[in-house]
Design a protein around this ligand. Structure first.
Ligand code: GLU
Length: 305
């Protein structure tokens, strides 16, 4: 357990170093910092107007208001989406989504406390009330809706494959027979790739950065998860890794929260809609995920329930 943690920390440190060490010299997306903007020619992150006197009949919001902060579960090893650098600074599209939603709920950026929660413990962490919201490449589906609530979707991704740059044999999910594919416990792409029709062997870890390290070490043949996540890793390791580019699932991202808090669910969907309309959403995208080479597409329609 201890070893695993140390390995994950080392991988993160390596990725973070790679992200900052190259500092935009070649003008390549992979040389940009991990999902943060603000360089001379880079798109600027928006600032979000903080709402005042927010009163909602939401137990989660009331708990957060009492605490004077909102606790948001996020990823820490997904460049351009949810990334934490060695100074503890968080950046990425999901981090911006969290900040814009928090602002509409009355919380300044300094009142948003991020907590790293990996895929396999999301539902339990949310259900136990250890986070108020969760924004971390979290696919909305019926199975998960039995345990948690979702606002959104705010983005549509699809499972894809990350391979080494010199890979010739893996051209899509149908070319994985006998190949070893790494993915993450508790993630939908892992569930998909385990289907017998693909004939792949799977390695199941807790953090995506560990899978990427195994790919770089020639220990696995591919990593599978959402294209948006994989493009971030490929952008950072442009000379070593590539995304196959044949998405084979639909992964609509939602903001996770307590299952029965409909008032909060609606308020978060309202916030997402408002920031899509006022342009913040696209600005945030351009300054984060857009830097990894994911072209901007119109967001999916919100699905309130
Ligand atoms: N979007 C997928 C999921 O929610 C994969 C990414 C992740 O593990 O966060 O399972």
């Amino acid at each position: 357990m201890k070893l695993r943690k140390t390995a994950a920390a080392a991988t993160l440190a390596v990725l973070a170093l790679t992200a900052t060490a190259c500092g935009g010299e070649s003008g390549n997306a992979g040389d940009k910092p991990a999902g943060s903007a603000g360089g001379k020619d880079q798109p600027k992150l928006p600032t979000y107007k903080v709402a005042t006197d927010v009163k909602l009949d939401s137990p989660t919001l009331q708990r957060a208001q009492k605490a004077g902060k909102i606790v948001v579960g996020a990823k820490n090893d997904q460049p351009f989406l949810g990334f934490e650098d060695t100074d503890g600074k968080r950046s990425g599209f999901d981090i911006e989504i969290a900040k814009m939603v928090a602002a509409d709920l009355g919380f300044k950026a300094s009142q948003v406390e991020f907590k790293t929660v990996d895929s396999n413990v999301r539902e339990t962490t949310i259900s136990k009330g250890e986070v108020d919201l969760y924004v971390g490449t979290y696919t909305i589906n019926d199975e998960r809706k039995k345990q948690v609530g979702f606002a959104g979707p705010y983005f549509l991704a699809g499972a894809d494959l990350l391979v080494r740059k010199d890979e010739k044999g893996i051209t899509g999910p149908d070319s994985l027979k006998g190949k070893t594919v790494c993915s993450i416990k508790g993630s939908t792409p892992l569930q998909e790739i385990k289907k017998p029709k693909y004939g792949a062997k799977t390695i199941e870890l807790s953090k995506y950065s560990e899978c990427v390290q195994q790919l770089l070490n020639n220990e696995v043949d591919a990593v599978t998860t959402d294209d948006a996540i994989l493009k971030g890793y490929a952008a950072q390791r442009n000379e070593k890794l590539k995304v196959v580019g044949k998405p084979f699932t639909k992964e609509p991202y939602g903001v996770g929260m307590s299952k029965n808090d409909k008032v909060l669910r609606d308020a978060v969907s309202d916030a997402i809609e408002a920031h899509q309309k006022n342009g913040d959403y696209k600005k945030a995208y351009d300054a984060t995920l857009g830097l990894s080479g994911s072209a901007y597409t119109e967001p999916p329609a919100l699905a309130r329930y």
